[in-house]
Design a protein around this ligand. Structure first.
Ligand code: SF4
Length: 614
């Protein structure tokens, strides 16, 4: 019997006479190069070069044209110089548009075999541009804020806790001068289609202060011309002068997230190294007078001491409430190992004390105060999770004017029984979008019940219908949808698995366990179902968010699980949210989730779900 080779090669279609005369390998290179050059414009330094031929780098060094294997390519003059600009960070590109990273790898691979030529002159291609950017303008750009993010590349403050310190390589953006950045922004604007909610590329990376960009106002005006959707962005507030606030007021609807951190000039200077802290602090009454709804954000950073932070938190929340802030968001302080390899403080103590202080302040102040991540507060202080409990109401909102109060638990809306928080939020959004004016609400209050009537059209500043989808009711985060369990059940049934491992996070686990107890049929009785929480080893520090787990964390956890148990589960289910930032199913390092199954040999499925943060 003849020996068979495992190596397989495709055959050319019969009847291709030229194939007889050409070397198959040269043909392969030519075809691949032509395909790549149809998409990419090669660059030699700053210049675009029209590649028209190549030579193999091996012993056979004859020249091969690109258009026809039997004749030399026609020399093409170099095109005008490309814009001087820093090259893209390919780690970042791998995250948001891995097709371009693939193209780069293909070209690099060819360049290891061939010398490219232009009119017989060797050209040293070291980069490329996209030939037709419009071919790539299919990224989901849902909101003008996605375009604004491209301008959020600088900040005049230097917070001691800034999350941009020790950023991941995949999230680092190339530094560019403001005028060159403006050209990129113009390109983004050209390809932004608000109706189709599509655009060129999303920007991944820690956003800084949009208003610190010298072209911020022209960009905001250009966006306002393209879209009537609300413009929402974060700012340190360090240049929110009377003139800037007046200019912003003309761009309504618009809302700001103001990183105030402290209403005390001394503490703001200490935390944010802001040389002119008064500008941001004085901007609150200016924003209110201009009718611009804004939220105040505070990072509860426990330095120089926990006591000072807690005392200042009270004063800052009071100042925000006095100046008609829509909401105050208190961020529990977090840091990764890239920020500090050593523990910086007793995280649990700081987080718990902060939550308790916020709960005290909620009883004293009219404006809603939320803790982020809100599930931490829920796990710490609520034995029953996922309730439609209102933690605050935006002053002037239909919810506030209709009599809804912090502490109310919504039981019924327009005769529909409300079972959990996601349902309450969905119903409020639905009623608001349907244009329905009157909504009857029954709530549990102080051990009894109360009936309320909310008028969707009855509101005033700082509530703004287009920036709030729950009529001004504020909840402890999104909650978990019971529909996830239906999806899980379908997934288990389709797989035929007898043992299932569900990986979640420390924050979500208690609510997920409660949902499972409420819906016991979600997992067939004969299935061995386990819940487990991988460690956030990659980000390290005090990070506990499941959405910051990366592929390697899951791989490590599954290997250790299999070693400890002495067996592998038939099916591993992971919530999709850690891989949703990139529409290519990649984690924050740019690695595809499919690597989890490839590396562990386990069957891995993603359960579609939304992030728990807002
Ligand atoms: S305001 Fe935000 S972006 Fe600016 S330094 Fe502070 S944390 Fe960083």
């Amino acid at each position: 019997m003849e020996e068979e080779s495992l190596f397989r090669y495709p055959l050319r279609p019969p009847g291709d006479a030229r194939a007889e005369r050409r070397e198959p390998f040269v043909e392969t290179v030519r075809e691949q190069l032509r395909n790549i050059l149809d998409i990419a414009l090669p660059l030699e330094g700053e210049r675009v070069v029209e590649v028209d031929g190549f030579r193999l780098l091996g012993p056979e060094r004859g020249r091969h044209g690109l258009q026809d294997g039997r004749r030399r390519g026609t020399p093409a003059p170099p095109l005008p110089a490309a814009r001087g600009a820093a090259l893209e960070n390919m780690d970042n590109v791998s995250l948001y548009e891995p097709r371009i990273a693939f193209l780069a790898r293909q070209l690099e691979s060819l360049l290891s075999l061939v010398q490219l030529e232009c009119g017989g002159r060797p050209v040293e291609v070291d980069a490329f541009r996209l030939r037709r950017p419009s071919d790539w303008a299919d990224a989901p750009v849902d909101d003008p804020a996605d375009i604004l993010n491209h301008a959020a590349t600088r900040c005049r403050c230097d917070c001691i806790f800034c999350y941009n310190k020790g950023s991941l390589p995949s999230l680092t953006q190339p530094a560019r001068e403001a005028d060159i950045e403006w050209k990129y922004l113009e390109e983004q604007l050209r390809h932004y289609n608000p109706r189709a909610r599509r655009g060129l590329f999303p920007r991944f990376g820690g956003p800084r202060d949009v208003l610190a960009h010298p072209h911020a106002l022209p960009l905001l005006r250009a966006l306002r011309e393209k879209s009537d959707r609300p413009l929402r962005f974060s700012t340190s507030g360090d240049n929110l002068t009377t003139e800037v606030v007046s200019a912003l007021a003309e761009l309504a609807p618009l809302s700001l997230d103001l990183s105030l951190n402290s209403s005390s000039p001394a503490r703001r200077s200490y935390l944010m190294r802001d040389p002119r802290p008064e500008t941001a602090i004085r901007s609150l009454p200016l924003l209110a007078a201009a009718g611009i709804p804004y939220a105040v954000t505070v990072v509860a950073w426990p330095q120089p001491s926990l006591e000072e932070m807690l005392r200042d938190l009270g004063e800052t929340c009071r100042y925000a409430a006095d100046n008609h802030a829509r909401l105050v968001q208190v961020n529990l302080p977090g840091y990764s190992r890239f920020f500090s390899p050593r523990p910086l403080f007793d995280s649990e103590l700081v987080w718990e004390e902060t939550v308790h202080r916020v709960q005290e302040l909620r009883r004293e102040l009219p404006c809603p105060i939320v803790v982020s991540p809100s599930m931490y507060e829920e796990n710490l202080t609520r034995s029953r999770k996922n309730l439609a409990e209102v933690t605050g109401v935006v002053p002037g909102s239909p919810a506030a004017r209709g009599g809804l109060r912090a502490g109310d638990v919504i039981l019924e809306m327009n005769g529909i029984r409300v079972r959990n928080r996601p349902q309450a939020r969905d119903l409020l959004t639905l009623f608001q979008q349907s244009g329905q004016d009157l909504i009857s609400v029954t709530v549990r209050r102080n051990g009894g019940s109360a009936s309320l009537r909310l008028h969707a059209g009855d509101h005033r500043y700082p509530y703004e219908p287009c920036t709030s989808s729950h009529l001004g009711a504020v909840f402890m985060g999104t909650g978990l949808r019971s529909s996830y369990l239906e999806d899980l059940r379908g997934m288990i049934a389709a797989s035929g698995a007898r043992s299932v491992l569900f990986l979640t996070s420390r924050l979500v686990r208690p609510t997920f366990e409660q949902l499972l107890a409420e819906h016991p049929s979600a997992v067939p009785g004969d299935v061995d179902f386990r819940l487990d929480v991988p460690e956030n080893r990659y980000f390290g520090g005090n990070i506990i968010l499941g959405d910051l787990l990366v592929v390697q964390d899951f791989i490590d956890h599954l290997r250790e699980y299999a070693a400890a148990e002495g067996r592998r589960p038939d099916l591993v289910v992971i919530p999709s949210s850690p891989f949703q930032l990139s529409r290519w199913g990649r984690d924050l390092t740019g690695r595809p989730y499919l690597d989890i199954g490839r590396e562990t040999g386990m069957r891995v499925r993603l359960l579609e779900c939304r992030p728990i943060w807002e």
